[in-house]
Design a protein around this ligand. Structure first.
Ligand SMILES: Nc1ncnc2c1ncn2[C@@H]1O[C@H](COP(=O)(O)OP(=O)(O)OP(=O)(O)O)[C@@H](O)[C@H]1O
Ligand SMILES: [Mg+2]
Length: 442
């Protein structure tokens, strides 16, 4: 903004001054403009450099921040493996490159100022040379020449202003460009132009020939076709890397299938607004993420505006109530980075309470009991068993006795559905599920 005002002011001064000079001596006036083409060349040349170097500096500075934040967030691993000096070296290298980028930009600034100054000084010298000749030839008085020189100063200083402003705007434009690059990162799963509305109540979930691959890589899911009835509880089992988490993350549309389609209530998920779709789902992630704040706030994250009583009930169902009461400030205890560090199993139960509180028609659970001891797990599964008869539940688990309670089990192997049915039935079949059962219980 200031930039544009400066440019406008400079241009007006330039034109006015030039008119006055022209009336005093057309020859000298034209001569004084002789430096302008050179000045233009310098502006363009340095503008490109300043833009490139500013962009490089921005990129390098985000690398420094990324390095620092990564090193700090994995500080335990760094200590445990004695890699402190290695991390410091990496950081130092990034910081040095940032320093160099800074110096390069500063040098360019200095050089450009120098070039402009020199050009203008040369222009003044040339004018003085010719003007002195004019005075000696008697075509001009000395007084006129002095006045003319004063005007020359008024002509050159806006030119100088203009070049600096042009460069600082280049720098600002380069910085802004980076901001827009980040803002313009395309959304992988765009909302439809005119989204359909999800009807109320639980609907059937249907997978039809669903295949999926991450941005680069092999097919992680292939040809999945199955249907989950409203209110049904389905367990997904299979070896590590079989694609269970991937399958679950297709339902809130963290990703869209590469082939085939998924529908709820008979509506293709791609025709639904993500917000609408996700408001019908409660998700427990394989790794529970706690936000800094109190335990109560962390559970209430599932449904803002829930009453304290509702939060307590959800915590009880998630087998979390007792350990929460044992914390220094109970439900008001601060957790996360700046508070009490909770154990993996405690975090997991807060994640489950959060999902229970949400009370959504579709419940998605990814390994909800992996960090719990056998007793706590059994208690939680009992609650889940009661709960599973209400919302439509998709439970991913390695624990086969947890899967066994579900209405139906889907067995995934390398992204393919190899078996499906009730637990007992699958055991009798002596197929993939039976082999998993043997491996864990044998
Ligand atoms: N974000 C990602 N980008 C690329 N590939 C991924 C990504 N997440 C998972 N994969 C790959 O997809 C495959 C399936 O991963 P997925 O996390 O779905 O397995 P899983 O069945 O949940 O395993 P686990 O039981 O260990 O949790 C793996 O080969 C994995 O390497
Ligand atoms: Mg997983």
């Amino acid at each position: 903004n200031r930039g544009f005002a400066t440019i406008l002011g400079s241009v007006l001064t330039l034109v006015g001054t030039f008119v006055v000079m022209w009336r005093m001596s057309p020859l000298l006036a034209l001569l004084s403009l002789g430096v302008v083409p050179l000045l233009m060349m310098a502006i363009l040349r340095y503008a490109g450099r300043i833009r490139r170097e500013t962009a490089a500096l921005q990129a390098q500075e985000s690398d420094v921040l990324a390095r620092a934040s990564e090193g700090l967030s994995s500080i335990r691993v760094v200590h445990a493996f004695g890699r402190e000096s290695h991390e410091v070296d990496l950081f130092r290298r990034e910081a040095r490159e940032s320093l160099e980028a800074n110096l390069r930009l500063s040098m360019t600034n200095v050089a450009s100022t120098l070039v402009v100054g020199t050009l203008l000084a040369l222009g003044t010298a040339a004018l003085l040379w010719v003007g002195a000749g004019e005075v000696m030839a008697g075509r001009m008085t000395l007084g006129d020449l002095l006045v003319f020189l004063a005007y020359l100063g008024m002509l050159y200083s806006p030119l100088e202003q203009l070049s600096y402003t042009a460069w600082s705007m280049e720098g600002a434009a380069a910085a802004a460009q980076r901001v827009f690059e980040v803002l313009d990162t395309p959304d992988d799963v765009p909302d439809p132009q005119s989204p359909a509305r999800l009807p109320a109540g639980p609907g059937a979930i249907e997978f039809q020939g669903v295949g999926f691959q991450y941005a680069r890589g092999d097919e992680v899911l292939q040809g999945l076709t199955f249907r989950i009835q409203p209110g049904e509880s389905v367990a997904v089992v299979g070896g590590t890397g079989a694609g269970k988490t991937t399958l679950l993350s297709l339902l809130p549309r963290f990703y869209d299938p590469s082939t085939g389609q998924i529908s709820i209530h008979g509506i293709d998920l791609r025709n639904l607004a993500k917000q609408d779709l996700r408001s019908r789902q409660a998700l427990v992630l394989q790794e529970t993420i706690l936000l800094s704040g109190t335990v109560q706030e962390n559970i209430a994250y599932g449904r803002l505006g829930a009453s304290f009583r509702e939060i307590e009930i959800a915590a009880q169902e998630a087998q979390a109530h007792e350990f929460i009461l044992a914390l220094p400030n109970g439900y008001q205890t601060q957790v996360g980075e700046r508070g009490v560090m909770l154990s993996g199993g405690q975090r997991q139960r807060i994640g489950i309470a959060r999902a229970f509180l949400r009370d959504a028609p579709i419940l998605l659970l990814d390994e909800p009991t992996s960090a719990l001891d056998a007793t706590t797990e059994r208690e939680l599964l009992d609650v889940l068993g009661k709960l599973m008869s209400r919302p439509t539940t998709l439970l991913v688990t390695h624990r086969l006795h947890a899967a066994h309670r579900a209405d139906r089990i889907l067995v995934l192997e390398k992204g393919r559905l190899v078996e499906e049915g009730k637990g007992e039935e699958l055991l009798r079949r002596k197929g993939a599920y039976w082999r998993l059962w043997q491996a864990t219980n044998g």
